[in-house]
Structure formats: C-alpha cells, structure tokens
Design a protein around this ligand. Sequence first.
Ligand code: 4NP
Length: 148
Amino acid sequence: MKKVLFVCLGNICRSPLAEGIARDYIASRGYEIIVDSAGTSGYHIDETPHHYSILVAKKFGIDISMLRGSKVSVYMNFDFFVAMDSENVRDLIALGVDRDKIVKIGDYGLDGRDIPDPYYKGLDGFFEAFELLDISVKKFLDLISEEK
Ligand code: 4NP
C-alpha cells in the first residue's frame, strides 16, 4: 500500500485541501493509497484547516473540518512527500527528507507551476488552489496507482 504525505508551509490552507481531494478521489476509485498532510513549519500544529479551505472543500462536497495541523518529520514513513511549491521542496530537503521521495504536485498536469499560497489572499485564492489541486492530485494518484 502506497503512502502519500501532502506538504505545504502551514498545513492549514493547501495541503489539507490536497488531502481532502485525495481522500474523496481514492474512495471513489477504490485505490489502495494512504494519504495524510503536514507542514514544513510548526506554526499551526493541532489547528483546524483555514476556514476558507473548509468552506471551499465543502462547496465541492468534501469535509476537511476534522483535519488537524502537524509538522513534517524526517522520521515519517511515506513513499512520497508531495510539495505544493518550490519552497516546500527546498524546505523538505533541508529537513533531511530523502530527495527521491520528494515530488512537486505542479509537475502533474500543471506544467510544473507552484500552487500559490492563498494564506494572505481572499476566498478567490482558495478556490484557485482547489481547482489546481483537483487537476494535479487526481493525475498524481492515477499515476501512482498504476505503478507496481
Ligand atoms: P499553507 O498556507 O502553507 O497553504 O497552509 C500558509 C498558512 C500559514 C502560514 C503560511 C502559509 N503562516 O505563515 O502562518
């Protein structure tokens, strides 16, 4: 069973959205993949996702209100650490995560672009993050579900 950790800076905006989209899609496709999310910072440990992330996910029928913030540890046992942007990639390397396990979600259907951090933006920024993640997360899960 593959294990995937979605990673952003705070683990309250983008990576909880990615985790929610992934959980919903995995259930609908019957994939055997375990997913979780975490932040490269410890700013929001044990906090709920940002209220705009909860709201946007809910608009698409996905409940992420039960998720809680956590910080990435190099000792976490995942096959993939899936970064939202290039800064997350650099931070994961600095934390000592195995480079072979780090991928950037924008490399799946988004021509390598970053998922912009919506933290200092309004609701539109969260919708944009959802739309980009809805494309890329599903593409990534389809691909790894085919790998043996
Ligand atoms: P996220 O957004 O990395 O998508 O969860 C952020 C959340 C909090 C902060 C930065 C980005 N912060 O600086 O507290």
